[in-house]
Design a protein around this ligand. Structure first.
Ligand SMILES: [Zn+2]
Length: 378
């Protein structure tokens, strides 16, 4: 319905629709969005919860993630503001992507941020299921993946927007000229993206590249989540080797020049491991911390760790990213050293943990999992 409202607002320019849909989006992104970009916290009624009602044992239907992607894309098309594609990217890489197994044939209906390893919370199944009696999520996910290429770029007048990053090739028509774009990258593992811009004939236009919110030290376009260290990363954009001044417009870096075939744009988005905390109004997450690297949210899973649900991540724990091509189809894991685990009500012992990208959980059997960890032993 919200995607439909955004369409009506865009097509009619009706100011009451524009104001209403903007207000609803602000409410969701500042009070009702899980860190994974999942939404619709409550199983009962498949509904949003109250403001700041964001339990880790949540519903977050895969279809709701798809709908949130549709809605954000429309809000972006209407406004040209990158904040909507920031929200889109968070959901795409995390709370949507978790809905499909790495094998592509097992699905989640709900996408909780914590799981005990046994509960039959997936419409009667424990863990991923091959199908459901009411099978909305599997085809919704597959149809969305089939359409994903259509969200990477947008063109308006003499502006060509680069919204998303991944190894890919695309084409768009800007200022009357067909432009081929090639992205060479290992994103979201790698910090570097190379864009090769090839217009059919040389000409002036503006290439607008999205500088993600997470690069700028802002996980979401609201105060719902913050990084412990919100210092923006030292990102850079170079055209044919020359640095471009960092003057952003609505989250995009506009580069206006006469482009010719084979011009290259090199982006570098540093990916330090970030500790995240939720707004203090979120009662379920007080005193807790989560981990991110680049656009990815991480979790602890029982396949790699003991006592996942009593794991504690003190601020003193060291965290190091490590590329693991052998694991889960090739992921970057976070190695956490000298964290703690609670072994009895008032007793804890030192422990090391391995965190994996949230989207890749429950591909090695039904094990406990959690995104949020206590900062201190309670
Ligand atoms: Zn569904």
């Amino acid at each position: 319905m919200y995607a439909g409202m955004a369409d009506v607002a865009a097509l009619t320019g009706d100011t009451s629709y524009l104001a209403a849909i903007g207000k609803i989006w602000d409410n969701v992104v500042s009070k009702k969005l899980h860190l994974t970009g999942g939404c619709g916290a409550l199983a009962k009624g498949e509904a949003y919860g109250k403001n700041y009602e964001l339990p880790s044992d949540c519903y977050n239907e895969t279809c709701a993630a798809v709908a949130f992607l549709f809605w954000n894309h429309r809000m972006f098309l209407m406004s040209g503001d990158a904040k909507y594609m920031d929200a889109f990217e968070r959901t795409l890489f995390n709370g949507f992507n978790s809905g499909v197994s790495l094998s592509g044939d097992r699905f989640f209906y709900p996408n909780p941020l914590a799981y005990d390893g046994v509960k039959k919370n997936n419409h009667g199944f424990a863990g991923r299921a091959p199908w459901f009696g009411c099978a909305c999520c599997p085809p919704n996910a597959l149809r969305f993946i089939a359409s994903l290429g259509g969200y990477f770029y947008a063109a308006k007048g003499d502006r060509l927007f680069v919204n998303l990053y991944a190894q890919s090739e695309g084409a768009a028509t800007v200022a009357g000229t067909k432009v081929l774009l090639k992205q060479t990258t290992d994103y979201p593992w790698s910090e570097k993206i190379k864009l090769t811009v090839s217009p059919e004939k040389a000409g002036e236009f503006t290439l607008c590249v999205r500088i993600p919110g997470w690069v700028q030290g802002r996980p979401v376009p609201s105060d719902l989540y913050t990084y412990d260290d919100p210092k923006p990363a030292k990102w850079s954009v170079r055209v044919n080797g020359k640095a471009v001044a960092a003057n952003l417009e609505q989250g995009f870096l506009p580069i206006t020049r006469k482009w010719k075939a084979g011009d290259s744009v090199e982006l570098e988005f540093p990916m330090p491991v970030r500790r995240v905390r939720a707004n203090d109004q979120v009662a379920a997450l007080r005193g807790q911390v989560a981990l991110e690297r680049g656009p990815l949210v991480y979790c602890l899973e029982g396949a790699d760790n003991a006592n996942v649900l009593s794991a504690t991540l003190p601020d003193s724990a060291k965290i190091k990213a490590q590329s693991r091509p052998d694991l889960l189809g090739g992921v970057t894991v976070l190695n956490i050293t000298v964290a703690q685990t609670r072994v009895a009500p008032d007793q804890s012992s030192k422990a090391d943990f391995i965190a994996i990208p949230y989207y890749a959980w429950n591909n090695r059997g039904n094990k406990p999992m959690t995104v949020w960890l206590q900062r201190a032993v309670p």
